[in-house]
Design a protein around this ligand. Structure first.
Ligand SMILES: Cc1cc2nc3c(=O)[nH]c(=O)nc-3n(C[C@H](O)[C@H](O)[C@H](O)COP(=O)(O)OP(=O)(O)OC[C@H]3O[C@@H](n4cnc5c(N)ncnc54)[C@H](O)[C@@H]3O)c2cc1C
Length: 469
């Protein structure tokens, strides 16, 4: 029987394990942390009973993922929950913009930008099943839906600063800018619209759901399926060299630099050089709060939103994202606030709620961004500070300690530069192959990139199975 070892139990490691095991391979997963799941862990970070997502909180790309469609995680205990509003973007004067699942409802609130919002997102949302299938795989492939992909590509290829000019109102521009900021890259770069367009379209097509009971429910559902296929898991062990492992296939759910340390001596020089050149992006600084009575947002719809983007107007976000990428800490950084409890009441204790907030900060940032995060929330929700009952802080350095894949605090496991958006981790027909026989990279450093969708692991496992045949 063919055997495999998966190093790392993030959603991609677990997806790879399950895909291999379902094909009859005997699989063991080895995880450095004491608990499995990588970016899909949840815990009581502030007060007993309050469930906080440690990393991934919202899962718009999970629903359309071929991995999830194949293995049916809802039958394995995963329940999705949606807030009334998918995401909002408050502005300084109490106004703001709201992304509702319905394109019509979203557009009609955007005044003179209604038609422009509709013309960009309605056609994409209608075809998102097909578009998602195309971009959740390596770029170098023969598209099965070329027309839909081309329509998406025309928008995605633009710099966010250029696509942002489609809208004239501060509300519509900010709404798109907040989604574009998820790329953690300057708005002026080629392809810098891609992630914003994908996430906004996904919000209209599927919403931005949370997992009932915490993101760990996604891990638990994949683990339940994996165990049905005989996968075993060992936690608390860091793999340092491939020479410690005895298996036909090794899947590395790690950063390219860790892959180099573990298996570099078996890789051809060109792959070693490529992994050595792989770039990481800016970091996240995260604060979790226990908040009595929720956040008193001045922009009323934000009280009903799963995610709230804080960064002021489009130009302000463009400036702060540029600063962060250049290694400078802005005074008012972009902050993403997660109100998962709005969709999923099981995470709160009576009227005390778990709130998740992270700021974009420079790579390896050593300062304390806690006050900057609180100030950004206070800017749009005066009185927030008085409602905070407890906090839990995870700095950029803590991020990297928590999970070795977050090099320098880079929660996306790789910068979204134009070349790494297209060829991740290196230009190759099979981006999962490392050139070392039987060894594959399967983390978010491979296509389609960051997110708890499992598609990197699923694609990498299918590549390994193709090589076996
Ligand atoms: C604060 C934050 C917010 C996020 N928000 C979202 C979101 O809302 N939606 C979304 O889709 N995504 C989000 N993400 C990103 C998402 O969590 C990651 O892209 C995803 O978890 C990547 O999965 P992975 O399997 O590639 O790696 P990871 O989840 O990073 O897991 C890698 C695992 O490998 C282990 N490991 C590494 N090296 C070794 C070794 N040598 N030996 C043994 N084990 C090892 C690590 O301990 C870790 O458990 C967020 C991430 C963070 C940190």
């Amino acid at each position: 029987m063919t055997s495999a070892i998966v190093v790392g139990s993030g959603p991609n490691g677990l997806a790879a394990a399950l895909t291999l095991a379902a094909a009859g391979v005997r699989v063991t997963v080895i995880e450095a942390a004491d608990t499995p799941g990588g970016g899909t862990r949840s815990s009581e970070l502030t007060l007993p009973g309050l469930i906080h997502d440690e990393c991934s909180g919202f899962h718009p790309l999970l629903l359309g993922s071929a991995f999830v469609q194949r293995f049916g995680l809802t039958d394995a205990g995963l329940t999705y929950r949606w807030a009334d509003a998918e995401f909002t973007h408050p502005l300084d004067d109490g106004r703001g913009a709201t992304l509702w699942r319905s394109v019509d409802k979203t557009a009609s609130a955007l005044g003179r930008d209604a038609a422009a919002w509709h013309s960009v997102f309605a056609p994409l949302a209608k075809r998102f099943d097909a578009i998602g299938k195309e971009f959740l795989q390596p770029m170098l492939h023969v598209p099965r839906h070329p027309v839909s992909l081309a329509r998406f590509g025309l928008r995605a290829a633009l710099p966010a600063s250029v696509l942002g000019r489609r809208w004239r109102t501060p509300e519509a521009r900010a709404l798109f800018g907040g989604a574009a900021a998820h790329a953690l890259s300057p708005f002026g770069g080629v392809l810098s619209s891609a992630i914003g367009v994908a996430l906004t379209t996904a919000a209209h097509a599927y919403g931005w759901p949370v997992a009932e009971g915490g993101t760990a429910a996604i891990r638990d559902a994949i683990l339940a399926r994996a165990r049905e296929h005989g996968v075993t898991i060992e936690t608390g062990r860091t793999v340092r060299s491939i020479d410690e492992l005895d298996a036909d296939i090794v899947m590395l759910d790690t950063s390219p630099s860790a892959a180099l340390q573990i298996a570099g001596h078996r890789m051809p020089p060109r792959v070693r050089r490529a992994y050595g050149r792989y770039r990481h992006g800016p970091a996240a600084f995260k604060v979790d709060f226990a908040v009595a009575g929720g956040v008193p947002w001045t922009h009323e719809p934000s009280r009903h939103a799963g995610t709230v983007h804080l960064g002021g107007g489009f130009e302000e976000m463009a400036a702060t994202e540029k600063q962060v990428t250049a290694g400078r800490m802005p005074e008012r950084p972009f902050v993403l606030v997660g109100q998962q409890y709005v969709a999923d009441g099981t995470r709160s204790v009576r009227d005390v709620h778990p709130l998740y907030a992270y700021a974009h900060v420079p790579a390896g940032y050593t300062g304390d961004a806690t006050e900057a995060i609180i100030a950004q929330i206070e800017r749009f929700a005066p009185g927030f500070r008085e409602r905070v009952q407890a906090t839990s802080v995870r700095s950029a350095a803590d991020m990297a300690r928590h999970n070795a894949n977050y090099v320098g605090g880079d929660i996306l496991t790789g910068a979204n530069t134009p070349s790494q958006l297209v060829f991740r981790p290196r230009p190759a027909l099979d981006p999962y192959a490392t050139g070392a026989p039987g060894v594959y990279l399967c983390s978010a450093a491979t296509p389609p990139g960051a997110g708890a969708h499992g598609m990197c692991g699923y694609n990498a496992a299918r590549s390994a199975l193709r090589h076996l045949r």
